[in-house]
Design a protein around this ligand. Structure first.
Ligand code: ZN
Length: 427
């Protein structure tokens, strides 16, 4: 409808213009050499308009002919762009499908069509990595690092490669460059934290790391690695606060408290750890400064007061009672354990010692000892430090498993044979 109205308006305007033109009076006479033109004014105006339109058309044609080569180049560029984008899409599909050959081929095609853009270089690198051609991938990542806007992408790729081949020194250098290229990224922070752990830079790891189930272990390691006593004490305290029932953390803090002359606080720390998760090393620490056997028995009672029914408490009480010559008390503790259905190796060995103390070198005593030792041979093994990752036994607790090198995986496991067949983590 609008078009019809416009058409009618334009028609009306042309008719009105023609009518006005026809109404112009006078005539035009032009003489060029021997040629003379004598015509009416409206016709002369029409001729001028026609001449103007003809000049416009000629100019347009000249411009179109002049621009033919440039139009051809544009067309070719657009064509390459379309083909390049198609190849790039095929690379993504091949990468997703794990098709190594197709990914590399299409990535090379995309690079030919689109040049060394960050996108194509990234595709080339990822396709090369998928095919196991780390050198090709590294070359592409290095080209990326030279592009101002894509430098971080290149460094990210190089960092991943360094981490994969375990080159921690190189990875640290790259991580530093990446931080400078694009500061404050969460991913890089995580990577730097992992590198700090790998290189045993515990203090830096603790600054970078977020929530982590092994944080207490890192604090203990940081305290052990710290030469400054007050900083070491601060690390140890934070480790203990992080996980008060973690024996290495409690010991790390208590040891430094004792060295600093804070014996009461050290013993309180050990007692609170015992309450949560009794461990023989805690008892060794707590009783280390007590030499009198009866005093040791008293000290053990104080230590175990928060968790008296735990097998470790009963074993400790039986041990110190026996050492103090209180065989009745020692036997009482062992009998309670037997009543609880426990059959631990140390419990049987203690019983053998009790039999020896009580019955001496008699026939009955020898028989009772032999029976206890026989039971010890088939009893549940002692709890020990074991890696939760590779299940290798570790001689003592350490931040890194001595077998597989995993960090924070060494845990105290009981030797009691659980129904699942797996060791039970104690504390
Ligand atoms: Zn391990």
């Amino acid at each position: 409808m609008l078009k019809v109205i416009l058409f009618l308006l334009a028609g009306g305007a042309i008719i009105a213009g023609g009518w006005l033109l026809a109404g112009i009076p006078g005539h035009v006479a032009v003489s060029i050499g021997s040629i003379s033109i004598d015509t009416s004014a409206p016709f002369a105006i029409l001729l001028l308009i026609a001449l103007f339109v003809a000049i416009l058309i000629v100019l347009r044609i000249v411009r179109a002919v002049w621009g033919i080569p440039r139009t051809g180049a544009n067309w070719r560029r657009r064509r390459r762009l379309v083909l390049g984008q198609r190849a790039a899409t095929r690379v993504l599909v091949a990468l997703a499908a794990g098709e190594q050959g197709a990914a590399r081929k299409e990535a090379s095609r995309a690079r030919n069509y689109l040049g060394e853009s960050p996108q194509t270089l990234l595709l080339v690198a990822e396709a090369a990595r998928l095919s196991g051609r780390e050198d090709e991938a590294e070359a592409a990542f290095r080209v990326l690092t030279n592009q101002k806007d894509a430098r971080f992408l290149g460094l990210r790729g190089l960092l991943r490669q360094a981490v994969d081949r375990g080159d921690w020194a190189e990875a640290l250098v790259i991580a530093k460059d990446a931080e400078a290229a694009h500061p404050g990224t969460a991913w890089l922070r995580q990577q730097r934290a992992e590198l700090a752990l790998r290189t045993e830079n515990w203090a830096e790891a603790l600054q970078l790391i977020g929530p982590d189930p092994h944080k207490a272990a890192y604090y203990v390691a940081a305290a052990d690695a710290e030469p400054d006593a007050s900083r070491a004490l601060a690390f140890a305290k934070r480790g203990w606060k992080q996980e008060p029932g973690f024996t290495p953390a409690a010991l790390a803090y208590a040891r430094r408290l004792r060295t600093g002359g804070y014996e009461k606080r050290a013993l309180a720390c050990i007692a609170s750890a015992w309450k949560l998760a009794p461990h023989p090393d805690l008892a060794t620490f707590a009783l280390a400064s007590v030499s009198n056997e009866l005093a040791r028995a008293q000290a053990a009672k104080r230590l175990t007061a928060g968790n008296p029914a735990h097998p470790e408490s009963r074993l400790l009480l039986a041990r110190v009672a026996l050492d103090a010559g209180l065989t009745g008390e020692a036997r009482h503790q062992i009998e309670i354990m037997e009543g609880d259905g426990l059959n631990l190796r140390r419990q049987c060995l203690l019983l053998a010692e009790i039999e020896e103390h009580e019955r001496g070198d008699t026939e009955v005593g020898r028989l009772a000892q032999r029976d206890a030792l026989r039971r010890a041979a088939s009893a549940d093994p002692d709890p020990h430090w074991q890696c939760s990752h590779c299940h290798a036994d570790n001689r003592a607790w350490q931040p890194k498993c001595e077998s597989c090198g995993n960090i924070g995986t060494v845990q105290w496991v009981s030797g009691v044979k659980a129904t699942s067949g797996l060791p039970v983590i104690v504390g």
